[in-house]
Ligand binder design. Sequence first.
Ligand code: FES
Ligand code: FES
Length: 156
Amino acid sequence: MNIKINGETRDLGELDPETPLLWVLRDELNLVGAKYGCGISQCGACTILVDNVAVKSCSYPVASVGEASVTTIEGLADANGELSALQKAWVDLDVAQCGYCQSGQVMAAEALLRSNPNPSDDEIDRAMASNICRCGTYIRIRNAVKTAAGQLATEE
Ligand code: FES
Ligand code: FES
């Protein structure tokens, strides 16, 4: 089985097609940014993108990817390691507390900005409601999304 991920095609060899994508990312591809939280599609710690749509990879069979392109947090920086606007905003605003949920938060925000480059506060809150932060960093998350949206708008 092959998978298109972060701009490359990777050979996964023989694999049970029902294997959750999160297991493949972490155990087969050593992409450990996506985290295991609940395992039942409730917390968002494992969020990645499949063709620009946020997906909870703990509950997503690897075979469901098919010909789509997967993006993980490791794929957001450019080839020179330059962080994306969203990642920079996250760092500048010191969003993370313990950090465990943050990869999933960034990927959910990335999906939002790819579909809605200028979201309102309500739209941010609705989109990010898919992801839980036990440290309560929600206000900083919203501010980082707005900062990144503003930055991306000036780059256009
Ligand atoms: S670990 Fe996937 S949603 Fe919680
Ligand atoms: S930063 Fe700790 S759970 Fe979100």
